[in-house]
Design a protein around this ligand. Sequence first.
Ligand code: C2G
Length: 153
Amino acid sequence: MKRILTYGTFDLLHYGHIRLLQRAKALGDYLVVALSTDEFNESKGKKAYHNYETRKKMLEAIRYVDLVIPEECWEQKISDVQKYEIDTVVMGSDWAGSDKFDYLQDYCEVVYLERTAGISTTKIKKDLGLQEPVNGLNQLPETKQERDNDKKN
Ligand code: C2G
C-alpha cells in the first residue's frame, strides 16, 4: 500500500487542483491531503474564500482523496510523513526546489508534478471581479456597465 501526501489550500476548487490530486493518487494507493487551516492561511497572509470546513468537505467528496488532515504550520511535515507512514510527498511544480519541501527527501520520496497552466484561484477571483473582502463582505462583482464606464474613463 503506497501512501501519498500533498499540501494545499484548495480554495475555489478548480481543475488544476483536481488534476494534481488525480495524478498524485495515480502514484500510489492512498492519498492524504493536508489542508491549510484558516489560521495557517492568515499566517501566510492569505484569506480563502471558503473556510476550512467547507474546503475540507469539498476535498472529501473527491474520489482520489482518502483522508484530509489540517495543515497548521510549515513545520509539521516530517511528523505527518512519519505519523501517516507516507512513501511520497507530491506537490505542483511551482514548489519544485523549494526549501519548504526538498528537505523531506531524507524521509520520503518528493515528487513535483507539472502545474496546470491557465488556471488558479487568484485568476478566478480576478476574472470574477471579486475584490478582497471589505468589512468581512465580499464586494459584488462590478456590473458590465460599470466595467464599460471604467474603460471609457
Ligand atoms: N496546482 C496545480 N495547478 C494549478 C494550481 C494549483 O497543480 N493551476 C497545485 C499546486 O501546485 C499545489 C496544489 O495544486 O500543489 C494546491 O494548490 P494551492 O491550493 O494553491 O496550494 P498552495 O497555496 O500552493 O499551498 O504547505 C504548502 C501549502 O499549503 C501549499
